[in-house]
Design a protein around this ligand. Structure first.
Ligand code: PLP
Length: 404
């Protein structure tokens, strides 16, 4: 299958409807692919019913579609079983699930290790756990260019460490985490590993078996699927060891007035009516993504990221956040231009039809580390092309003229 950005773009209905839009905010939300849109539409039109409750044919069709989506996610992640896939509302919900269910078993003095590069979704739930259980949070420091400093692993992961929760890739710098190194040290101290995959899944299939982590969280909307759905993958025995987080319908074995027994995973963690059509859409998106020509697509987005990095490198007053070496990063480029507030830059860029995000990107500890309040961020997808980058560069020059 040969790849061109134009052909890929053709699979995204919103981009066909907005031909003049230079959409470079893919780290916030990817556009919905037609495979997902078609699957959601046909599910809602033909198979809509609640799941795991009805015995009539329509309900059985809804069950089959929902469980098929679970298998599609499992295939994308190379999970050992579809039962390792829990549907949630998104990355944030998945991490909170683990913070509650796993956190339930932690006590004062137990340690949870995060990195300074985490999104607030992988900071705040652990700070809340610290309030509830008295656990200690230890923070993995960063190298000057914003990568997790692996030389500090051994001293940060003590024998009291119970869980390491780190991002697969930073939503600000695009820096990709060396998970193998972290998993090895975590294993040596007997700690579990949770990976925040929110920024990684949309860049190609993930092999959770090879990663060796225990939990992997991501959101559908960043992987060209619907909003409102996400995934918590958990290694079979790791999920089985967790108590439920939310209680309600669908997650039980038997309920009496006196007590409740719980269903095995994944249903134990899916209380209430799940996001059914959204899960079906996400399954279809990942099924489509799984067979895309990723090597060509990576080469394409890396070329575009280089064009962008080279283009901003010559602008006066540039502060660049993160590693410059494209081998260590995803095509997410964050920067500041001296004297120009990121929000103002984004507003001028919007006038040029360029959609990028400016702000702290839900990563204030990382912003503090870089000594900035916010940054302009362009995050690329395979449907982007040279015209998108050039429009961004032209917009930045205009912003410098107007605001600098
Ligand atoms: N983690 C990272 C690295 C992210 O980039 C994001 C979203 O930007 C999240 C977590 C939270 O994702 P969601 O808002 O879909 O739950």
């Amino acid at each position: 299958m040969s790849f061109t950005a134009a052909k890929w773009r053709g699979h995204f209905p919103l981009l066909a409807a907005h031909r003049d839009l230079h959409y470079l905010d893919n780290a916030a939300t990817g556009q919905l692919c037609e495979a997902a849109l078609d699957a959601v539409t046909s599910h809602e039109l033909l198979h809509r019913a609640n799941v795991l409750r009805g015995t009539y044919r329509l309900a059985e069709q809804a069950d089959a579609a929902y469980e098929n989506a679970r298998r599609q996610v499992a295939a994308y992640l190379n999970a050992a079983s579809a039962d390792e896939v829990v549907f949630t509302a998104g990355t944030t919900a998945s991490i909170n699930l683990v913070a509650h269910a796993f956190g339930e078993g932690l006590n004062a003095g137990d340690e949870v290790v995060l990195s300074l590069a985490e999104h607030h979704s992988n900071f705040v739930p652990w700070q809340m756990l610290r309030e509830r259980r008295g656990v200690l949070l230890r923070i993995l420091p960063l190298t000057a260019d914003g990568r997790i400093d692996l030389s500090r692993l051994a001293e940060t992961l003590t024998p009291r460490c119970r869980l390491v929760a780190v991002t697969h890739a930073s939503n600000v710098t695009g820096a990709v985490t060396d998970l193998a190194a972290i998993v090895a040290v975590a294993r040596a101290v007997g700690a579990r590993v949770l990976v925040d995959g929110a920024q990684a899944v949309q860049h190609g299939p993930v092999d959770v078996a090879a990663l060796g982590a225990d939990f992997y969280a991501f959101s559908g909307h960043k992987a060209y699927g619907p909003t409102g759905v996400g995934v918590l993958w958990g290694r079979g025995e790791a999920l089985a060891a967790l108590p439920p987080f939310l209680g309600g319908g669908g997650m039980i074995g038997r309920v009496t007035v006196e007590e409740t027994t719980y269903a095995p995973p994944p249903r134990r963690f899916e209380a209430g009516t799940p996001p059914i059509a959204q899960a079906v859409g996400l399954g279809a998106a990942l099924d489509w993504l799984r067979v895309q020509p990723w090597a060509d697509m990576h080469a394409h987005t890396a070329r575009l990221a280089q064009r962008l990095i080279d283009g901003i490198a010559v602008l006066p007053g540039l502060t660049f956040l993160g590693p410059r070496d494209l081998k260590q990063r995803l095509p997410i480029v964050s920067f500041n231009l001296e004297g120009i507030h990121p929000h103002d830059a984004c507003q001028v860029l919007d006038g040029h039809g360029v959609a990028v995000r400016g702000g702290h990107h839900c990563a204030q500890p990382l912003m503090d580390f870089f000594g900035v309040q916010g940054a302009v961020r362009a995050s690329l997808a395979p449907y982007n092309d040279e015209a998108d980058i050039d429009a961004l560069l032209a917009g930045l020059k205009d912003a410098m003229r107007k605001l600098g």
